[in-house]
Design a protein around this ligand. Structure first.
Ligand SMILES: Cc1cc2nc3c(=O)[nH]c(=O)nc-3n(C[C@H](O)[C@H](O)[C@H](O)COP(=O)(O)O)c2cc1C
Length: 294
């Protein structure tokens, strides 16, 4: 065979063999992937997590709700203080906006040290960071899987919303519950302490709805408000609205932990009525009302 003839046959044959070989490799890889047993997940879904129904009886259990304020970069500092000063077990509930604020993209650039601490804390067995997905992920068996926002209420001795955004504050005062954080807060036992530390732009703070919503929550829960402080805010405005200092928030939390043992294991059922709030009753005029054809 001439050199030209050899090239004419050998090149397409090599290409064909290479193609078949590559195809076989891909097929083998795909069958290995699909036949492989599912990888064990990094941790159990929260609705089956043992910590949610157990926990150290001696130590306070704090649910820290973190919302979408720039001040959420202070959350790692708050978690460290909760653990060091109170030896607390902590569950942090992040709203979607808080998740964005505490991400590598925002907190990683704005407050790199705090972000590194945050990443470290999330590896700790005593700090449970939960997002909206944790309510639903793995939830399959209605009779045995836990309802996360309800179980968190039973687990916790104390709920803290810090930083509390204008949005979450308004949602609480209206009783809205469209994410893990607000479902947990709507289900909160009013006989256990609740601390709110608002943080927002000065004009948002001065808006009449802020005072109205805080007053509503004080009347309902007897909650503790740690007021924001005045300074130059992240947006450049100067005025009240910055999150109170971690030490001020901690001072209030420490006071709220006193006597926590006595509040454990009490049923929250009827707690609102014990506080003087009436359960819904049919309006009196409706009691008299009869359909015309009856
Ligand atoms: C950069 C940035 C900073 C913000 N800071 C605050 C803040 O300090 N306080 C606040 O109430 N809202 C702030 N917001 C608006 C909230 O993130 C927004 O209202 C959001 O819906 C809050 O959701 P959440 O309450 O579910 O966390 C900020 C938004 C952006 C983009």
């Amino acid at each position: 065979m001439s050199g030209r003839g050899f090239a004419q046959h050998a090149v397409p044959t090599c290409l064909l063999a290479g193609g078949v070989g590559l195809g076989l490799l891909v097929w083998r890889w795909r069958s290995q992937v699909s036949d492989a047993p599912p990888r064990p997940s990094r941790r159990l879904p929260t609705c089956r997590a043992p910590w949610l129904t157990a926990g150290d009886e001696e130590r306070p259990r704090v649910v820290l709700v973190c919302t979408g304020s720039v001040a959420s970069v202070k959350v790692p500092e708050l978690v460290v203080a909760l653990r060091q000063k109170l030896d607390a077990q902590v569950a942090v509930l992040l709203t979607e906006a808080a998740e964005a604020m505490t991400s590598a993209k925002i907190a990683g650039r704005y407050a790199p040290e705090s972000f590194t601490k945050w990443e470290e804390l999330q590896q700790s067995v005593d700090v449970h960071v939960l997002r909206d997905l944790d309510e639903w992920e793995g939830y399959e068996d209605v009779s045995s899987d836990l309802v996360v926002h309800i179980e968190l209420r039973k687990w916790a001795d104390l709920a803290v919303v810090a930083p509390c955004s204008a949005n979450t504050l308004a949602k609480m005062a209206l009783g809205l519950c469209d994410n893990l954080a607000t479902s947990f807060l709507r289900a909160w036992d009013p006989e256990k302490p609740l601390v709110l530390a608002p943080a927002m732009n000065t004009i948002m703070w001065e808006h009449p709805s802020t005072a109205k919503h805080l007053k509503t929550l004080e009347d309902w829960f007897g909650c503790w408000v740690v007021p924001p402080v005045s300074k130059r805010l992240a947006c450049g405005d100067v005025g009240r609205g910055a999150l109170a200092s971690v030490s001020d928030i901690m001072e209030r939390i420490a006071k709220c932990c006193e006597g926590m043992e006595g509040r454990r294991n009490s049923s929250a059922v009827g707690a609102w009525q014990r506080r003087g709030f009436q359960e819904w009753q049919k309006s009196p005029w409706l009691k008299e009302w009869q359909p015309r054809d009856a």
